[in-house]
Design a protein around this ligand. Sequence first.
Ligand SMILES: [Zn+2]
Length: 205
Amino acid sequence: MAEKTATTLSLIGGALCLDFVNTVEDYRSESPYEYLTNFADLASWGHHAGVLTSQLAQELTETAAGRREEAARIYQCAFELRSALYRVFAAQLISRKPRADDLAMLNERLGEALSRGRLKPTEDHYVWYWKSEADDLVQILYPIVRSAADLLTSDRLARLSECVECGWLFIDMSKNRSRRWCSMGVCGNRAKARRHYQRKHDVES
Ligand SMILES: [Zn+2]
């Protein structure tokens, strides 16, 4: 089985913010698996998820190595943002309002991100980019926060769903909203194997 790292992680969320939330596996279990253990992991994941060029990811990792305290602070910030996003989306899944402190934090980060957001034309439309210094470590959070704001204000939010096995979040675009697992290959098979084992066990006991 492939090594579980920030750069081998499946990006199945259907939105960047969900892929970010999905950098923990088995969120609700007693021993969740953590893919992001420091700023360097965060930068590698940022490249893997397509929000940082490999050069920028490399530069930010080098900057972080020389500015450890700041890098630890931004990592902590990312960690808290991810927890808040998880709770906001988990609340949405059961049609609840988010916690006030989670929403306040998301709004604060959104304010920072939007103040750096700019538009530039491409061939036939425009794209966002983030005006920040090349060594600005926090820039990795801007696209994530924007993705969360986009999803929370979009019709696609109604299709938010959760893997019944591992708790990963995704946008269920299936016709009948019948997708149960993050991926058939991993969690679908895990569930099948367990059912098979249980049936066998029931017969033998
Ligand atoms: Zn799963």
